[in-house]
Write a protein that binds this ligand. Structure first.
Ligand code: GLU
Length: 588
């Protein structure tokens, strides 16, 4: 995943600017960080493993620097493997976001040619390959172009030379350029430099940006042709990120939920109608996402089927490729995403785009590739989500999916009323301290269990999956979401005394099925914890939520998110940056 940030300009504290930029990108990976700058025609690098927060750097003043936060894919988390990586003669350094899928083949070839490798990263292959190309071309830009086209996979690189030039090339992983007079910024996302730039340029796949003497050139990587470009106005006003009075971003972002639902309510009505007309005409609708967004995509598909009677199928990003040959121009793909840069989903969308298959996206990060690939572009407008575990964006995606389904059936106004009601109830729930103490005490019990089961059905099936994801991400405890209807078919063997089972349900037509499953589990001695509007005999613990009717499943996710939060914090985990994961998964 990794984050790339660079600065070239008039200010003398380039390293500090880049360092601050990296802090805003560390949601993309926090295994290690590193940056390089040029002082008296010499490149100086500082890097370290671990998180960047609370660290200070010690690089001399200069007006150019590049930096990187790493989420290790190839090679252990170590200082040596941290980016940027020097060329052998120290004339340039390289930082990289992506995976060089053919790195073994390239590396073997370079070893045969007697190139020495000092790290275990795939990135070093890029460095040596450029060196090898240089022996033929003697021109760095041509060498980088030629090396870059040999790389398989989704890769973006940034290079700093001792002459003080920056070369960046994109094929897959995101890269945005921002300009303010004669200051040029590069970053993996727009938000990280939004306060400082007047205009932006999103690099397309196959493009290279060269920054020399405060001038920016855009090139086509394959043939080296100089490309005309038009900078877009930077319209992002609010990119502030503060925890405010909260201990963690996660809890702050859960508290943002009512506001986020209000943003869904404010979605452009006309655009929604245009889109829902297209949905009505579609043969199949495919909702695609990964991780928590895979779950929200599935809930969107559920709403489209259950409410709008549309043939909607959900796919997780990593598997959606199998459907490439099945997508037709009579279908619509819906792709929700926080970053709009999820690699496995993008790969599917790029193929779909080539075949003119209509795409709709619902993205939080402005200027993303997913939005650019879409015919129907919807923005979440939820403000930055900093905690790596998604909470408010997940709810926003569900609320949007619900509103889309209601609009298809001609019940837009009712949908809006129901979402307003939901937003109010979530607000009251979150601001009632008794709910927090109830969930905290449950969290303390569950935080020391080995396994936690979650059972649900129909509208709550994806809710228990998301509850499972949140518990796994935050607590590193094994959680397992089981369709209540499947309990008897296999999972009942695991039910025994002391096993905690969370039942999540609503006052709907499957309520009795869940109650039956609850008794079956209880008969085997397991502990029954229910999240539901009403109390039923047999509960060992009950987390009561208000019945918000059609949006009840969305209400149910709130106590699960709080549970995951209090479990993770009671265990002393880094709540906002759980181990081993990163937020924006731009590698496959
Ligand atoms: N493959 C590179 C490494 O492991 C970059 C990783 C990434 O972009 O996530 O160092």
């Amino acid at each position: 995943m990794c984050g790339i940030f660079a600065y070239s300009g008039i200010k003398k504290n380039a390293s500090q600017i880049v360092f601050n930029g990296l802090k805003r990108l560390d949601y993309r990976g926090y295994d290690s960080w590193g940056l390089g700058t040029v002082v008296n025609s010499q490149i100086m690098v500082e890097k370290s493993i671990g998180k960047i927060e609370g660290v200070t750097i010690d690089l001399p003043p200069s007006n150019i620097a590049i930096g990187h936060t790493r989420w290790a894919t190839h090679g252990a988390v170590s200082n040596t493997n941290a980016h940027p990586h020097y060329s052998t003669d120290r004339s340039f350094i390289v930082a990289h976001n992506g995976i060089v899928e053919n790195y073994v083949e390239l590396k073997n070839h370079l070893i045969e040619k007697k190139y020495a490798f000092h790290t275990q990263t795939d990135t070093e292959v890029i460095v040596r390959l450029i060196e090898d190309k240089l022996t033929h071309t003697h021109d760095l830009i041509s060498a980088v172009r030629s090396a870059f086209v040999d790389l398989k996979g989704r890769n973006t690189i940034i290079i700093l030379t001792k002459e003080g030039h920056i070369i960046a090339a994109r094929n897959g992983s995101p890269l945005v350029v921002g300009i303010n007079g004669n200051e040029i910024y590069f970053s993996s996302d727009t938000l990280s430099f939004a306060p400082y730039v007047k205009s932006i340029l999103v690099l397309e796949n196959g493009q290279m940006a060269v920054c020399a003497n405060s001038k920016l050139d855009l090139l086509n990587i394959v043939d080296g042709k100089i490309l005309e470009y038009v900078m877009e106005k930077n319209t992002i006003k609010d990119s502030s990120v503060h925890k405010g009075k909260y201990d963690h971003y996660m809890i702050k972002e859960i508290f943002d939920t009512p506001h986020v639902i209000d943003q869904v309510i404010k979605q452009d009505k006309h655009e929604l109608h245009v889109f829902t007309k297209a949905l009505q005409r579609a043969r199949n609708v495919y909702c695609i996402g990964s991780g928590s967004t895979g779950v929200s995509a599935a809930q969107m598909a559920f709403y489209l089927r259950a409410i709008a009677k549309i043939n909607a199928i959900s796919l997780i990003g990593a598997d959606a490729k199998e459907f490439n040959d099945m997508f037709t121009t009579n279908d619509i793909i819906i792709s929700p995403s926080q970053s709009g840069e999820t690699a496995d989903v993008l790969e599917v969308l790029e193929e779909a785009r080539k075949k003119n298959i209509p795409i709709a996206s619902y993205v939080n990060m402005p200027g993303s590739m997913m939005t650019r690939l879409s015919d129907y572009k919807f923005m979440t407008n939820a403000g930055p989500e900093i905690c790596v575990m998604s909470t408010k964006i997940f709810v926003s995606q569900l609320a949007w999916g619900y509103l889309v389904a209601k609009t298809v059936t001609g019940k837009y106004d009712e949908g809006i009323r129901n979402l307003k009601n939901l937003s109010q109830h979530i607000k009251s729930y979150l601001h009632d301290a008794r709910n927090h103490s109830e969930i905290k005490s449950l969290a303390l019990q569950l935080a020391h269990k080995k396994d936690i089961f979650l059972l649900g059905k129909s509208q709550n099936m994806q809710i228990i999956k998301e509850g499972m994801i949140k518990i796994i991400e935050g607590s590193y405890i094994h959680a397992h979401a089981i369709p209540a209807g499947d309990l008897k078919h296999y999972a009942i063997t695991l039910m025994e005394k002391g096993v905690p089972v969370l039942f999540v349900f609503s006052n709907d037509q499957v309520k009795n099925d869940i109650i039956n499953a609850m008794h079956e589990v209880k008969a085997r001695g397991a502990t029954v914890i229910a999240i539901s509007p009403d109390h039923e005999p047999g509960f060992d613990e009950h987390i009561r939520v208000v019945d918000t009717n059609e949006t009840s499943a969305i209400m149910n996710i709130i106590p699960l998110q709080l549970l995951a939060y209090y479990m993770a914090s009671s265990l002393g985990h880094d709540v906002d940056k759980p181990r081993n994961i990163a937020k924006s998964v731009t590698v496959k």
